[in-house]
Write a protein that binds this ligand. Structure first.
Ligand SMILES: [Zn+2]
Length: 116
């Protein structure tokens, strides 16, 4: 192997090493970017999860309240109001508690009763 050939080979090797070094640096930058992005996505995901849980809690409390109000109204409350109406009293917001004149049906009372 002559000296010129060895020199050429070493030069080529040096060039390839330079390219590899350049490629390695590019990959390192991409990796740093991905790690940073992953970090922010992780934080964002946690924040969103917390907000979702908080909202689900609010929703749950709201549902329970609605169910309780409906239960009490559909149960005893509703029967009492229906009885009051049968006995000739207004149960509507407009005339609540006053006497219906001669058993005239009140549209407000009826729509209130039929709502449920
Ligand atoms: Zn009425």
């Amino acid at each position: 192997m002559d000296k010129k050939a060895i020199f050429t080979q070493v030069s080529q090797l040096e060039e390839r090493l330079g390219e590899l070094h350049h490629e390695l640096r590019g990959l390192k930058e991409q990796l740093a970017y991905l790690i940073e992005e992953n970090h922010y996505l992780h934080i964002e995901n946690e924040n969103l999860r917390e907000r979702l849980e908080a909202q689900e809690e609010i929703q749950e409390v709201g549902d329970k309240k609605t169910v309780n109000v409906k239960k009490s109204f559909v149960g005893e409350g509703y029967d009492n109001l229906a009885r009051l109406y049968q006995e000739g009293f207004h149960i509507c917001n407009t005339h609540y508690g006053s006497i219906r004149s001669d058993g005239d049906d009140c549209l407000f009372c009826l729509s209130f009763l039929h709502q449920k």
